[in-house]
Design a binder for this molecule. Structure first.
Ligand code: AMP
Length: 216
């Protein structure tokens, strides 16, 4: 199973991807997580990406495309994957099309998670991220059991610089300008399916499972 998750920052792509991966035995490929890992390790890519990420802007297409070409060589992805945060521009989507054509592979479906803007702002500014694993929390709706400590791995939680109020507004604008056009791109290929991302996390997961069961 090969899927793409499109949705604005804060729509819940990461949370739902984790559940989808467990159920279908596929891997999540989050470009944001890969970039954060590179930054932590101080790689050349991490250093180049830093200023764009902290400002909430997109890392240049060519850096991302080269990074993904390399990532796709990982044999872990043979059973399938869910792309979370890639592609984010039409240029990236075209590059992905070419990569898949070269290896004769088709995407199954592109899930579009829709959430109203006010809700996204509330979710992102109250989001806390674990330093040790990809888990995230919402200070009000899904706080950790112990303040500032991850339930999963015990590491400290922090607020991503790009989850601060001003940066969130600019990230949402970038989504509207650069990523939203991908919905039409994939509708034209008959691949896009919209899912309402508002409501209880488990209800949304059930809806996604019902939908994806038909692609198994
Ligand atoms: P995310 O964790 O998906 O919100 O990504 C965090 C940041 O990483 C984004 O705000 C961008 O700066 C950068 N980033 C992640 N994925 C991409 C991508 N596909 N294209 C460009 N920049 C990206």
């Amino acid at each position: 199973m090969r899927l793409i998750f499109i949705g604005p920052p804060g729509a819940g792509k990461g949370t739902q991807s984790e559940k989808i991966c467990k159920r279908y035995g596929i891997k999540q490929i989050s470009t944001g997580d890969i970039l954060r890992k590179n930054r932590k390790e101080g790689t050349e890519l991490g250093n180049k990406a830093k200023e764009y990420m902290d400002a909430g802007s997109l890392v240049p297409d060519q850096l991302i495309i080269d990074m993904m070409k390399l990532e796709f060589t990982n044999p872990d992805y043979e059973n399938g994957y869910i792309l979370d945060g890639f592609p984010r521009t039409v240029t990236q989507a075209e590059a992905l099309d070419n990569m898949l054509k070269e290896i004769n592979i088709q995407l199954d479906v592109v899930l579009v998670l829709e959430v109203p803007r006010e809700e996204l702002i509330s979710r992102l500014t109250a989001r806390r991220t674990c330093r040790g694993c990809p888990r995230t929390y919402h200070l009000i709706y899904s706080p950790p059991k112990v303040q500032n400590i991850c339930d999963n791995c015990g590491s400290e939680l922090y607020q991503r610089i790009d989850d601060s109020d001003e940066t969130v507004i600019s990230r949402l604008k970038i989504y509207d300008d650069q990523t939203r056009p991908l919905i039409e791109f994939y509708e034209n290929k008959d691949k896009a399916i919209s899912v309402n991302g508002m409501g209880d996390i488990t209800d949304i997961t059930d809806l996604l499972f019902d939908l994806l069961d038909s692609y198994k």
